[in-house]
Design a binder for this molecule. Structure first.
Ligand SMILES: Cc1cc2nc3c(=O)[nH]c(=O)nc-3n(C[C@H](O)[C@H](O)[C@H](O)COP(=O)(O)OP(=O)(O)OC[C@H]3O[C@@H](n4cnc5c(N)ncnc54)[C@H](O)[C@@H]3O)c2cc1C
Length: 600
């Protein structure tokens, strides 16, 4: 059964208690948003997600999207209930939550916005893509579009009346965008005409909004070959009349929708551009740079999809583990009045539940950390803090994207396992989580590409400056708490993981300089090692907060006690994976690259 209650207490913990000392907080721009307001927003978001988005998650998966012939050409109809849900979502102000006030947004902190995103993804990840793509497009337009374009397009995208899409992929190029062929030629009126075909475009066509603003990568005439010859264009579905209302159909059409493994209620569209009017965003031939603003925003958002699904899978598994009775506890019957014990008594089922729980709480801790940096990057008053925050976001974006989605998929798979055969059957609802989670490891750059980004770009950037922004707080925390007896097992575990991470870092740096294939061979293990160490740091900090609260007689002993137990499980049972990552990296590329291509 799909069941979900937003983990508001843990969200408040991550928001208000965990990272107050990270140097990214206390922003003047957010002074007016006190804890009561933030709480009220979280509660209202939970209500909307639980009551509006969750009930159409399964039906949306069953029904999928429909490709139809509309009065003005082809169109896509979303599953029943999606239009009404989107109306409520937009009218409730959720599309404008963190958008800048200048364009009609509410300007609330990203740290809050990411918690709301987690709830949306947990209850309906297909739905999340429609507003998700819009907010990514908003980020790119805010940073790169001309004032005129901003004034024309941003307010209605912020209000949710219009939505956005991201058009990069073509049939012959996904990862390697340097090969893309869509063309743009000057139209003589300051605009451009675009011709070409894109595939796999999420929210490329649908019936939720009255206009769709596509951000499209294309080549200008005589553009240099490769990624240095790509420009970014804004191409609307409808061109506007003099009053700024959608009026004339532009030359961009959805020609088909994909039939997919999961996220079936999200329209994945093949798009045809035929002399479609568009406007340049940013500089000619520097489109990829502008598109990276959108992709980086989306990458963190995709990571949050992994966390959201992981939490929903966990809660659904807990419900089943308490309900399903099979066998007796190894320690003797725990529920003797029942025909058998509920499966939650069995250590192996506990292993699965605790793994999911630890993944979710650990990821939520890291998510709150990067979200605070996202806020500080934009709003900190001094340039030094803005730069520190930007460095941290740059380093952790591929980690959040890849680690959270790997763990979200593992959690969904564990939830199926907890259900046994029933989990494999559609009625259980949990197999949908597995199917929906799978794509998050692929789109917005596969997880393998995230790992290469971490090792190839982020690790070496500015002589290791980005990495230092992560290493310093961890080593400072270890040093500052070295003498704390209660924390000792956590500090010891964190120290071991951190030293191994430093070892891997220097190994990759040295070998990678001589042989880039060595860095490529180490990348995925390194990303996991760094990500798990970041989770360990957040857990160790959580334990410190929890122990302080308990020693002061907190009336939330159950919550803080559980936090410590979950952290212990993480340190005992999950963090040791970092040692195997280290060993795998140390082994080098040899066995990986030894066979000739022909031997496969
Ligand atoms: C449901 C869905 C929704 C999508 N939504 C959008 C969207 O809204 N907009 C959009 O533009 N695109 C979208 N995509 C496309 C998606 O981003 C790409 O599929 C993805 O980036 C991978 O590209 P590809 O499929 O061409 O795989 P390829 O690039 O062919 O990669 C195949 C494999 O090779 C590996 N690989 C490739 N190059 C390298 C390398 N240099 N080093 C190491 N490994 C490498 C990859 O990691 C992968 O494992 C979507 C795709 C799907 C399925």
């Amino acid at each position: 059964m799909q069941t979900y209650t937003a983990p508001l207490r843990d969200m408040r913990f991550a928001l208000n208690e965990l990272h107050q000392d990270d140097g990214f907080g206390h922003l003047k721009a957010h002074e007016e948003f006190g804890p009561e307001l933030m709480d009220a927003v979280l509660e209202e978001a939970a209500r909307l997600c639980q009551q509006v988005l969750l009930p159409i998650n399964r039906s949306g998966d069953e029904e999928g999207c429909h490709f139809e012939q509309g009065p003005d050409g082809t169109s896509v109809r979303t599953p029943e209930g999606f239009r009404e849900a989107y109306r409520q979502f937009a009218e409730g102000g959720w599309t404008s939550l963190v958008a800048p006030a200048e364009w009609g947004g509410q300007g609330l902190p990203e740290a809050l916005g990411k918690m709301v995103e987690e709830m949306v993804c947990a209850t309906n990840v297909s739905f999340s893509l429609y507003p998700g793509l819009t907010s990514g497009a908003l980020a790119a337009l805010t940073a790169y579009a001309s004032d005129e374009l901003k004034q024309t397009w941003l307010p209605k995208m912020v209000s949710g009346q219009w939505s956005g899409s991201m058009c990069l992929t073509e049939a012959h190029c996904g990862t390697d965008l340097g090969m893309l062929r869509t063309k743009a030629v000057p139209a003589g009126n300051g605009g451009y005409k675009l011709t070409g075909a894109k595939i796999f475009i999420s929210a490329g066509e649908h019936d939720l909004t009255e206009n769709i603003v596509h951000l499209v990568l294309a080549r200008l005439p005589d553009a240099p070959k490769g990624v240095k010859g790509i420009s970014l264009f804004l191409v609307p579905k409808f061109l506007l009349d003099d009053d700024g209302n959608p009026a004339t159909r532009n030359g961009v059409w959805c020609t088909a929708i994909e039939h997919k493994t999961g996220i079936k209620a999200s329209a994945t569209c093949a798009m045809q551009f035929e002399d479609a009017m568009g406007w340049l965003v940013g500089e000619p031939n520097r489109g990829l740079e502008a598109m990276f603003t959108m992709m980086n925003a989306e990458r963190v958002g995709v990571g949050i999809q992994g966390l959201g699904i992981g939490e929903a899978a966990y809660q659904s598994a807990v419900w089943y583990a308490k309900d399903r009775i099979q066998g007796r506890s190894l320690a003797g019957a725990k529920y003797p009045d029942r025909e058998a014990d509920p499966i939650i008594v069995h250590p192996d089922v506990r292993r699965m539940l605790m793994t999911m729980r630890a993944y979710n709480e650990g990821c939520r801790g890291v998510s709150a950390w990067i979200s605070r940096a996202l806020d500080a990057e934009k709003h900190a008053e001094d340039a030094e803090t803005r730069e520190k925050a930007a460095d941290f976001v740059a380093l952790m974006t591929p980690v959040v994207k890849a680690l959270f989605t790997d763990l979200g998929f593992e959690s969904a798979s564990l939830a199926v396992q907890v259900y046994g055969g029933h989990g494999y059957i559609r009625e259980s609802g949990v197999e949908q989580y597995l199917r929906d989670a799978r794509i998050s490891m692929i789109y917005e750059g596969t997880n393998g590409i995230q790992a290469l980004d971490l090792v190839g770009r982020k690790m070496s950037a500015h002589m290791g400056r980005y990495l230092r922004g992560f290493f310093h707080p961890v080593s400072n925390f270890i040093e500052a708490n070295a003498g704390d007896e209660q924390l000792a097992p956590f500090i010891a575990g964190l120290k071991r993981a951190f030293e191994a991470l430093q070892g891997s870092t220097s190994m990759i740096a040295q070998r990678g300089l001589k042989d880039p294939e060595e860095a490529g061979a180490a990348a995925t293990d390194y990303l996991r090692q760094l990500g798990l160490t970041a989770m360990a740091y957040c857990f160790a900090k959580s334990v410190k907060v929890a122990m302080t609260q308990l020693s002061q007689g907190s009336d939330e002993a159950e919550f803080y006690g559980a936090k410590i137990h979950t952290a212990r499980f993480f340190f005992d049972r999950i963090l040791p994976q970092t040692a195997s990552c280290y060993l795998a990296i140390k082994a080098g590329k040899g066995s990986m690259m030894a066979l000739d291509d022909a031997a496969f």
